[in-house]
Design a protein around this ligand. Sequence first.
Ligand SMILES: Nc1nc2c(c(=O)[nH]1)N[C@H]1C(S)=C(S)[C@@H](COP(=O)(O)OP(=O)(O)OC[C@H]3O[C@@H](n4cnc5c(=O)[nH]c(N)nc54)[C@H](O)[C@@H]3O)O[C@H]1N2
Ligand SMILES: Nc1nc2c(c(=O)[nH]1)N[C@H]1C(S)=C(S)[C@@H](COP(=O)(O)OP(=O)(O)OC[C@H]3O[C@@H](n4cnc5c(=O)[nH]c(N)nc54)[C@H](O)[C@@H]3O)O[C@H]1N2
Ligand SMILES: [Mo]
Length: 683
Amino acid sequence: MQSSGPQVHKTTCPLDCPDTCSILVTVEEGRVTRLQGDPAHPLTRGFLCHKVANYHRRVYSPLRLLRPMRRIGKKGEGKFAPITWNEALDEIAARFKSLATEFGAEAILPYSYGGSLGVVHRNAGHRFFHRLGASRLARTICDPAAMAGWEMTLGRHTTTDLAQAAHSDFILIWGMNIAATSVHFVPIVKAAKKRGARVVMIDPYRNRTSHLADEQLMPRPGTDGALALGLMHVLFRDGPVNEAFARQHTLGFEALRKRALADYPVERVARICGVPEEQIVRLALHYGRSRAPFLRVGFALSRHDNGGMAIRTIACLPGVVGAFGKPGAGAHHDTGPCFELNLARVTGEEEFKPATRTINMVKLDEALLAEQHPPVKALFVYNCNPAAVAPNQLRVHAGLRREDLFTVVHEQVHTDTVDFADIALPAPTFLEYLDLYKSYGHHYLQIGPPVIEPLGEAKSNLQVFQMLARRMGFGEQCFQLSEWEIMREALDSPSPFLRGVDFERLASGTTLRLNVPEDGGRDALQFSTPSGKIEFYSESMAKLGFDPLPVYTPCSESASADGKLQLLCPPSVHSLNSTFASAEERVGNEVPLTIKINTGDAAARNIASGDWVRAFNGHGECRLRAEVTEDVRQGVVVAEGVPWPKQMHGGRGINALVSSRLTDLGDGSTFQCNLVEIARAGD
Ligand SMILES: Nc1nc2c(c(=O)[nH]1)N[C@H]1C(S)=C(S)[C@@H](COP(=O)(O)OP(=O)(O)OC[C@H]3O[C@@H](n4cnc5c(=O)[nH]c(N)nc54)[C@H](O)[C@@H]3O)O[C@H]1N2
Ligand SMILES: Nc1nc2c(c(=O)[nH]1)N[C@H]1C(S)=C(S)[C@@H](COP(=O)(O)OP(=O)(O)OC[C@H]3O[C@@H](n4cnc5c(=O)[nH]c(N)nc54)[C@H](O)[C@@H]3O)O[C@H]1N2
Ligand SMILES: [Mo]
């Protein structure tokens, strides 16, 4: 934190993205002037996405909250007067105490997710709320169905390093727009292509990643499980399965063979998925016959009613062809589970019992509006922007507007959620605090030191909860630990993956790899399922009441009857969930807030490119500009990104169209599984 002369500091990106970049930040006169990718980092390799390369604009944005504020307008109006930190904290503590007395502390609900993925600040509230006896939050908005599905087939830890893909001769990118959501995989795919690899992508619309693919299959959303079974049908029927591998490393091979052969003939699968038969056959044969097939599966396709089973089914493919244990081959999904930190300690999970009731964050609408015992009377939001990102937005907003709900929002910028706050508290950005970062796309740990002083009166998540703990009279020593001490606690874990990860080296700024081998060698044949094998047949699934074998079940909202279209609302390259999604922050030049609609579907509705359209269903309505295109399959519409509702017509964002229904496995969100009607809106 020098005051003069340009200084370059190494830090880590905290954002909810698999790449977890190492960043070199230039600071001049105490101000951040430049962010660059760290060339020494194994995945970042010297470049950043344009969002983070422009992060200094966010740091000094007029949208920043710089001091605590109390509401002076109506709920949701966003009118505030500045107050001091002491006034703010005293008021919060007093309200929490009186609510706990009157209704029990379960009437208080923390609401947080992925604003920062730092180990310290992401988890900073847990101890406080556990000690308080508040309701617990099931943090399910993102990936629980995908994680559970993958785990059922391959085990939690099976995930091949992305770098291996450079040596693959066949890369299958299934339901992932890597050019937006994992941009550092792009050069790896390009390197493989240069060496002659074939790249196939499976996605219902053509996006920025499509130019990398030699071929794209465009199935109906939510039918991927059937597609995977169709591919297996061809593999079993026409031969390129690896029986020797299967005998040694898999469970239920024969049962899966029977199922795929009997129930998923190519004609049937082609009909379900809306994909030509020859594409299915060609993909299966290429995948099965390649030397080193590499599979990367995204998360979005798990956000359907049947998403957990779909991921579990896709995860069988590498087992069928024996794609593990050789260079270049494998399957990548999520490295997060390998970071077996001592989070139970950091979150006070063991210390503060008994556990209280759990509320699923996907169902914030019900938590705020349906009858609850006790009712939710206070909400403490941090690291999250539920007024934009949560499903069933109109109901969520109605809940947040409740006069009897006491809402605290700790934020960096003036989001829609802040508008609903009774008390708003200013938070620093990652450039202003210290934390430790794991990743969900690679196997490296890195510290992120602060590179500038906090702006205005911003205070970190840890500071806020420690100050509140003092006011609540929580005298335990754990409420006084520094960031360094909490990192030490986190790293104090018996996991073999953390063997050799040295705190002092991390603290000195070194990027450290987990104790996970880099090559696709022998260790890639250890599967952390109950049987230690790839489980085509899963007793765990049976115990949960599912078919123990992969099976395809249609989604509840998949029929494109009555002129309804399937809505996809996947990430935009220009924003990260709702971060960078405000008009003030958007970095890209593209027209925002568009909905892509197929030429035929548009013609049937008399819609031309540039028209304002109404998208609506039983949950709500929002307005977007139409982009008429052949890049979306018929029957599907696509609205990328999570815009700020207050910047859209009527204050309604895309999640006004999304239901809070849950997935089959993991009780996750179903953002990609909603039917809508589209009509011209006039001007
Ligand atoms: N730029 C940017 N990067 C991000 C994010 C962001 O918002 N913007 N979000 C971050 C977060 S929180 C996460 S969880 C990750 C992953 O974020 P996710 O939202 O899971 O995104 P992807 O994994 O890229 O998957 C998106 C792709 O899946 C496709 N898709 C949707 N439904 C289906 C389906 O039924 N079948 C098939 N085959 N494809 C389908 C979409 O059309 C889209 O192209 O990315 C992170 N990175
Ligand atoms: N339509 C649609 N909706 C979606 C998705 C989708 O694909 N489509 N994706 C879903 C997914 S996968 C996810 S993970 C969720 C993500 O939802 P969120 O986790 O809410 O992600 P963001 O929208 O980025 O909002 C995070 C907020 O935290 C704030 N923040 C950042 N760092 C800190 C900090 O240190 N302290 C505090 N107090 N605040 C901080 C940021 O300013 C930002 O406003 O969205 C979900 N919503
Ligand atoms: Mo996510």
